[in-house]
Design a protein around this ligand. Sequence first.
Ligand SMILES: [Fe+2]
Length: 199
Amino acid sequence: MTYTLPDLPYDYTALEPHVSKQTLEFHHDKHHAAYVKKYNAAVEGTPMADKPIEEAIKATAGNPDQKGIFNNGAQAWNHTFYWQCMKPNGGGMPTGAIADKIKSDLGGYDKFVEAFKQAGGTQFGSGWAWLVLENGTLKVVKTLNADNPITSNQTPLLTMDVWEHAYYLDYQNQRPSYIDTFINKLINWDFVNQNLAKA
Ligand SMILES: [Fe+2]
């Protein structure tokens, strides 16, 4: 099952000034495109070629002989998900069902912000911060490199890329500034609510 690089769900300039056109061009057209291309090449001729990408990710997680499929597949999936987690004029307080659930499961929006900042800020090297659902309860987690919570029976609701390529052109080494901006100006809570409704 060939995995296709999706178009961005908005124009390349749509997230400016927070995420520049140049960052999105490199991040989507170069980095994401490369993961998709390498994933398709890695699964070609293997039993994984006929499986949905989520199945291939779960089946190859932790297998040192299948790192090519896992790393590129998970990065392909993570980026497709990440683009949808942002929108122009996003961020700030959530609304709808996710707002209530953040209150009941995490102790409120401020606690979510604290945990999400902590997850993104303390992921040493490259990785991702996530808001996930685990056994019906919200959790904030972080993953290293390509790792994805679906391999831990968690349902991703929101993610933030904290690989340097996500922010370096706009924020240089100031990862905390990128994280603050992501939380306050970019999160697409409508998408998070859709994911919660489907979970
Ligand atoms: Fe990335």
